[in-house]
Design a protein around this ligand. Structure first.
Ligand SMILES: Nc1ncnc2c1ncn2[C@@H]1O[C@H](COP(=O)(O)OS(=O)(=O)O)[C@@H](OP(=O)(O)O)[C@H]1O
Ligand SMILES: Nc1ncnc2c1ncn2[C@@H]1O[C@H](COP(=O)(O)OP(=O)(O)O)[C@@H](O)[C@H]1O
Length: 204
C-alpha cells in the first residue's frame, strides 16, 4: 500500500520548524579553563534537558576534536579555526531547534564574539546565544587536574597549555557566570536551567 504523503508549499521557516517540533533552539556556550567543569556540567545539563523531553545535544572534544577538527592542534591559529567551525556547527544544531551545549575552552574573546554574531545575525531571525563562564581559579583547576595535563604543562611536556603557557581571556559580560569552586554540579546546572526557563526555552 502506498504511503499517503501530504505536500506543503515552500521551504519550512524557522517559526514553522519551532512550532512543529514544539521547541526553539539555542546555543549554550560554555567557556573556561581545562578542568573548570565544562564537560561535567554540559553532560549533566544535556541529561537534565533530555529527561524533560527536550532535544538537547552536546558538542565537546570527544565528538569534535576527534572527528571534524582532528586536523587541528592547540597553536593560536588552530584554536581560532576550532572555535570558528564549532560556532558554525552549533548554529546548525540550534537552527534545527536543538538546545546545543558546547564545552570548549574557547580562550579568545574575539572568537566567542564571532560565534555570538553568527547566531545573533542569523537570517531570518536571531538564534539565542548564551555564554556561560565556567569559572574556577587556576589553583583549583590545577589541583583537580583530572587528566594530569597541568602537571605535564608545568613540566614543559605540553606546550602552549591554556592558563600555564597560553592565554585564557575571561568573558567580560557572560549571560551566566558559574563559580565551580563554590557551587556543585547540580547547582551549576540549576543556574543554567533557571536562565533557560526565564527565557522560555524549556517549555516543550
Ligand atoms: N595545549 C593545550 N591547551 C589546552 N588544552 C589542551 C592542550 N593540549 C591538549 N588539550 C586538551 O584539549 C582540550 C581542549 O580542547 P578545546 O577544543 O576545548 O580547546 S580550544 O577551545 O581550542 O582552546 C582540553 O580538554 P578539557 O580539559 O576538557 O578542557 C585538554 O584536555
Ligand atoms: N562544581 C563543579 N562543576 C563541575 N565539575 C566539578 C565541580 N566540582 C568539581 N568538579 C570536578 O572537576 C573536574 C572537571 O573536569 P571536566 O568536567 O572534564 O572539566 P573541563 O571539561 O572544563 O576540562 C571533574 O573531575 C569534576 O568532577
Amino acid at each position: 500500500m502506498a504511503t499517503n504523503i501530504t505536500f506543503h508549499e515552500g521551504a519550512v521557516t524557522q517559526d514553522e520548524r519551532a512550532k512543529l517540533l514544539k521547541q526553539q533552539g539555542a546555543t549554550i556556550w560554555l567557556t573556561g579553563l581545562s578542568a573548570s567543569g565544562k564537560s561535567t556540567i554540559a553532560t549533566a545539563l544535556e541529561q537534565h534537558l533530555l529527561h524533560k523531553g527536550l532535544h538537547a545535544y552536546r558538542l565537546d572534544g570527544d565528538n569534535i576534536r576527534f572527528g571534524l577538527n582532528k586536523d587541528l592542534g592547540f597553536d593560536p591559529a588552530s584554536r581560532v579555526e576550532n572555535i570558528r567551525r564549532i560556532g558554525e556547527v552549533s548554529l546548525l544544531f540550534s537552527e534545527s531547534c536543538a538546545l546545543t551545549v558546547t564545552a570548549f575552552i574557547s580562550p579568545y574573546v574575539s572568537d566567542r564574539q564571532l560565534a555570538r554574531e553568527l547566531h545573533e545575525k542569523h537570517k531570518p531571525g536571531p538564534i539565542p546565544f548564551i555564554e556561560v563562564f565556567v569559572d574556577a581559579p587556576l589553583s583549583v583547576v590545577e589541583s583537580r587536574d583530572p587528566k594530569g595535563l597541568y602537571k605535564k604543562a608545568r613540566a614543559g611536556e605540553i606546550k602552549e597549555f591554556t592558563g600555564i603557557s597560553a592565554p585564557y581571556e575571561a568573558p567580560p559580560n557572560p549571560e551566566i557566570h558559574i563559580r565551580t569552586d563554590e557551587v556543585d554540579v547540580a547547582g551549576a546546572v540549576a543556574q543554567i536551567v533557571e536562565y533557560l526557563e526565564k527565557k522560555g526555552l524549556t517549555s516543550a
